[in-house]
Structure formats: structure tokens, C-alpha cells
Write a protein that binds this ligand. Structure first.
Ligand code: SF4
Length: 211
């Protein structure tokens, strides 16, 4: 029976994509290959609890949330990830999103499961962790997120966007400020001034104080 290693399963509001605000059933897989300076889920680095995929699907079906998200850590590292994503897609009864740090080949993500993929900015300390081949692997319904710590990160993200035409390859590009490092209103002003085809994204769940 196929299992995955779980850090936690919980319900909350989706906070970091165009699906933000929707009630969401979260499956957080354990383990991550990066160490971002701003990481707020360090507890997911350690090995978690081996859990049968069919039991996760049962919990998902019982949940009243309207979407499901597989997150981490870095979910694509686990051998059981594709089976979990397919099982949730086919039997979970909800739209499935996957948050990924962009370091692993996103073609592991099954059809119809939405990737919300980070491009790691220099301020994360993990810029070299990104797999550039993932830009070509994006599907029209996927989303790309830049987590921005500074003006330097903003300029780097803007240049990356222009060079790779990221916005033409996916559903949305999100610019998200690191809490305590850069004010959302400042980032918003830069986006407007430059007319960038991106959305300002605040971490909604943190803003309103839910997990
Ligand atoms: S990729 Fe995500 S889980 Fe991993 S260190 Fe960075 S922020 Fe933390």
C-alpha cells in the first residue's frame, strides 16, 4: 500500500495563489531540500508520519473545504507524491493544488493538478536551487510565485519575468512580500509604476491570523 510522509494535515484558508480565501484541506508533506532564510515551516524538515494515501483521501472526502492543497516542505521529493496527487484528484472530490519550491521537475505533477511554483529570489538564499527547465514545463493553469524580500529582489524578479515571458506560459504570476522585510504597499507601488502583468499577493492566512 502506497504511503507518504506527513508533517501535518489541517484545514484553513488558502493564502498564496489566485485561489486565496477559499476553505482548503491541506496535506503538508515532510522534508525539504532547500533552506530559505524566511522559511516559516521549518518543522516540516524532519521525517514525518508515514500515512496511507487511501486514508488521506478519506479525510479529504470528509472535509467541508472546497479545494485541496498538497504542500511542504517540498512535496515533489517524495516517491509517493504522484500517486497521492492522482488519488486526491480522482477520489478526493475537490480541485487540487500543489505548492512546490521549483527545484524539482514539475512534470511529476499530474494533469489538472495546479502547480503553484516558486521562483526563488536571491534574498531567499536559495536562488541556485531553481530548475530553469520548469519554465517550459508550466501549463496554462499553473501559477508562479516570487517571494520578494527587497528592492533588489523586485528588480531581479522583473528581469526574470521579462526574459522568460513567464506570464505568457501560465495562469498567473504572483509577487508576494516577505513579512517584516518589505511593506506590501511599497511593492504594490512598484508594480503599478512599472505596469507589470503580476498580482500583488499577501499571505492572507497570516494577515487574518489563521494557520
Ligand atoms: S522551500 Fe519552502 S519549506 Fe523549503 S526551506 Fe524554502 S520556504 Fe521552507
Amino acid at each position: 500500500m502506497c504511503t507518504v510522509s506527513i508533517a501535518e494535515i489541517f484545514e484553513s484558508l488558502q493564502g498564496e495563489s489566485t485561489y486565496a480565501g477559499l476553505p482548503c484541506f491541506f496535506v503538508r508533506l515532510s522534508g525539504c531540500n532547500l533552506r530559505c532564510r524566511y522559511c516559516d515551516t521549518r518543522y516540516a524538515y524532519q521525517a514525518g508520519t508515514e500515512t496511507r494515501i487511501d486514508n488521506i483521501v478519506k479525510l479529504c472526502r470528509k472535509s467541508k473545504a472546497v479545494i485541496t492543497e498538497i504542500t511542504g516542505g517540498e512535496p515533489l521529493l517524495q516517491p509517493g507524491f504522484p500517486a497521492l496527487a492522482k488519488a486526491l484528484r480522482d477520489k478526493g472530490g475537490k480541485k487540487v493544488l500543489v505548492e512546490t519550491n521549483g527545484s524539482c521537475d514539475i512534470s511529476l505533477i499530474p494533469d489538472e493538478v495546479v502547480a503553484v511554483m516558486d521562483v526563488k529570489c536571491p534574498g531567499s538564499g536559495e536562488k541556485t536551487g531553481f530548475d530553469p527547465g520548469n519554465i517550459k514545463r508550466l501549463r496554462k493553469y499553473d501559477e508562479v510565485k516570487f517571494v520578494i524580500s527587497s528592492r533588489a529582489d523586485y528588480l531581479w524578479s522583473k528581469a526574470f519575468l521579462v526574459k522568460n515571458l513567464v506570464q505568457t506560459r501560465c495562469n498567473a504570476v504572483l509577487f508576494s512580500p516577505v513579512v517584516g522585510k518589505i511593506r506590501p504597499e511599497l511593492l504594490g507601488k512598484w508594480i503599478v509604476r512599472d505596469g507589470l502583468p503580476v498580482r500583488l499577493q499577501v499571505q492572507l492566512h497570516k494577515l487574518i491570523g489563521v494557520k
